[in-house]
Design a protein around this ligand. Structure first.
Ligand code: NAD
Ligand code: UDP
Length: 319
């Protein structure tokens, strides 16, 4: 049985990856320190014989007994309010955590895939963003702790590939959504749906003309799986190019939830990228991958998930 280590396993993407690898017949070792994740995302896996969980902070030395065939490094705060709240941990998990996992991959002779992000392009001056764009990131701005950690992560991964011949993969993930996102993580989809469910106004930051392109989680997981199994060691964008302004997206959510909420305008956070859309030509060519789930369908499933949460979760204040 092939064995895979997934860090960030109790988080949104990590838990969906655990499900996928279990379904593919792997032995899955999940690892997480639960700083932004939740065990309830993986508790359904605890009864599986081919799943085990380590409660561990990957910025500390990582030890896993036995062989490992694959490592997927997904541990990291991922929402802007999370990484603004825990900036040092964010830098550490991208830098020290990645170093530890590359070392583990080298020791185990395992293939490693690291979760990078569209944030490496910063507030992009090129549109849509393809993998050969170097990006426009402020090193010292508040988002720099995340963006630069991820850029370092890519650099050290390429150094291990070139210097040690390590078998590496780099995925640049664009905004992804779906069930198991944390209702209060501040990202726009849980924020808007939570506000609609609580009968609050939807908060648009800035003039709402900034754009994002949202990818449903099943499509994202399929792209990551294909990349891991491919031979491509250079970065690949995985995302859905269907771009929308935040203002129009708020209107879509008001329609979806049928709550008739109003929108209110709040200041735009510093360095908030004005536009974002993945160029996925490379993923199409090397992975024969493209997203299949339309936003309408993905958002309907996501809304059902958030609606099913308890009112205690709905009113929990984290920030
Ligand atoms: P998430 O917050 O739901 O999951 C991250 C998980 O990592 C959490 O369970 C958290 O507890 C864990 N973690 C954080 N620091 C850790 C540490 N030091 N040791 C062990 N575990 C730690 O976020 P997500 O959306 O699932 O993102 C997962 C990965 O994908 C992140 O690396 C993120 O940067 C990347 N990513 C996500 C998106 C997206 O749209 N969801 C976009 C780009 C990149
Ligand atoms: N946003 C917003 N209202 C909110 C939360 C977010 O208008 O309540 C905006 C945010 O300023 C950004 C976009 O929605 O322009 C996407 O934000 P998110 O935090 O989801 O992701 P990221 O900025 O990392 O793409």
């Amino acid at each position: 049985m092939k064995r895979v280590l997934i860090t960030g396993a109790a988080g949104f993407l990590g838990s969906h990856l655990c499900d996928r690898f279990i379904k593919e017949g792997f032995y899955v070792i999940g690892m997480d320190n639960l700083i932004t994740g939740d065990l309830k995302n993986i508790e359904h896996l605890f009864k599986q014989e081919n799943f085990e969980f380590y409660h561990h902070d990957v910025t500390k030395f990582v030890h896993v007994p036995g062989k490992l065939d694959y490592i997927l490094h997904f541990a990291s705060p991922a929402s802007p309010i999370d990484y603004l709240k825990i900036p040092i941990q964010t830098l550490k998990v991208g830098a020290l955590g990645t170093h530890n996992l590359l070392g583990l991959a080298k020791e185990k002779d395992a293939r490693i895939l690291i979760a990078s992000t569209s944030e490496v392009y910063g507030d992009p001056l090129v549109h849509p963003q393809s993998e050969d764009y170097y990006g426009n990131v402020s090193t010292i701005g508040p988002r720099g702790v995340y963006d630069e950690a991820k850029r370092f992560m890519e650099s050290i991964t390429m150094a291990y590939h070139r210097f040690h011949g390590l078998d590496t993969r780099i995925v640049r993930i664009f905004n992804t959504y779906g069930p198991r996102m944390r209702l209060n993580d501040g990202r726009v989809i849980p924020a808007f749906i939570g506000q609609a469910l609580r009968g609050e106004d939807l908060t648009i930051f800035g003039d709402g003309l900034q754009t994002r392109s949202f990818c449903y989680v099943d499509d994202q997981v399929e792209g990551i799986y294909r990349l891991l199994m491919s031979k491509e060691h250079l970065p690949v964008n995985i995302g859905n190019p269907d771009e929308i302004t935040i203002k129009d997206f708020a209107e879509e959510i008001i329609k979806l939830t049928g709550t008739g909420q109003k929108v209110v305008y709040k200041p735009l956070p510093q360095d908030d990228p004005m536009q974002r859309q993945p160029d996925i030509s490379k993923a199409k060519e090397v992975l024969d991958w493209e997203p299949k789930v339309e936003r309408e369908e993905g958002m309907r499933i996501t809304y059902e998930y958030f609606k099913s949460l308890s009112s205690e979760e709905l009113y929990k204040k984290e920030h």
